[in-house]
Design a protein. Structure first.
Length: 248
């Protein structure tokens, strides 16, 4: 699993918001939290791990990026049931048949699907679920369309705001060979102006400080945010998507 985060970890914790509470409730409905152990794969700074910990799960946060893992340890230090794991999704080093569930929040599209499937089968208990979660931006508003124009002008790697989720869903049929379920929950995201700029800069396609036109790109984003913010807040229309099933 390789993330293009080298220049972006400083933005990641500040710019990434959580997922729908209904998505978390779906997990608790299917996986009782008492004594249950979950591997949160690609756990990053601990955004989704924290939601699981709040429900009482024991959580192993598997994350190979040392800077993101460091932020997670700082963010989740008060939880005695959080165990950071410095490992890749395809080789977690977790014991065989030890996990009651696996969650992957906004990271499945980065994984090597076949080795990860094998690893899921190895570490999951029988009849356990894998949950893939994404925040999927809705882009039928003028603000999103103007932002997309800026991204297309400056960022060669930009395809859409939900490109990762689109790639992930395309892989679901091959990954969940026994079939899977989909749930979509309305979950608008409200950012301060500063948070939303950090969110923009944390995207994999975004320019970073070392690249040409970074200053122009950032200035255009700042101008757009200032134009559309209300009382220093930007509201993004969003859904939390969950694809889940059993893999063994």
């Amino acid at each position: 699993m390789e993330y293009p985060y080298q220049h972006k970890t400083s933005f990641y914790k500040e710019g990434r918001l959580g997922y729908s509470e209904k998505a978390v409730q779906l997990i608790t409905d299917l996986v009782p939290s008492l004594h249950s152990v979950i591997a949160d794969i690609g756990s990053g700074t601990g955004i989704f791990s924290s939601a699981l910990l709040e429900k009482g799960y024991i959580v192993y946060g598997v994350e190979p990026n040392s800077e993101l893992q460091k932020k997670a340890k700082s963010y989740l230090y008060q939880y005695k049931r959080f165990f950071p794991v410095d490992a890749f999704a395809e080789n977690t080093a977790l014991p065989d048949c030890s996990m009651d569930a696996i969650t992957v929040a906004s990271a499945f599209h980065w994984l090597k699907a076949s080795p990860f499937l094998y690893e899921c089968r190895r570490i999951l208990k029988p009849e356990a679920y894998v949950f893939l979660l994404y925040n999927v931006r809705q882009t039928d508003d003028m603000f999103s369309q103007k932002q997309a124009c800026i991204c297309k002008r400056y960022c060669p790697g930009f395809f859409s705001f939900s490109h990762g989720a689109e790639k992930a869903k395309q892989r679901c049929s091959a990954f969940f060979v026994n079939g899977y379920e989909e749930r979509l929950y309305s979950h608008n995201l409200v950012y301060t102006e500063e948070q939303f700029l950090s969110r923009c800069m944390s995207s994999s396609y975004s320019l970073n400080q070392t690249q040409k036109d970074y200053i122009l790109y950032k200035q255009e984003l700042e101008n757009l945010i200032a134009e559309y913010s209300k009382e220093n807040l930007i509201t993004i229309h969003n859904q939390t998507a969950v694809w889940y099933g059993k893999v063994k």
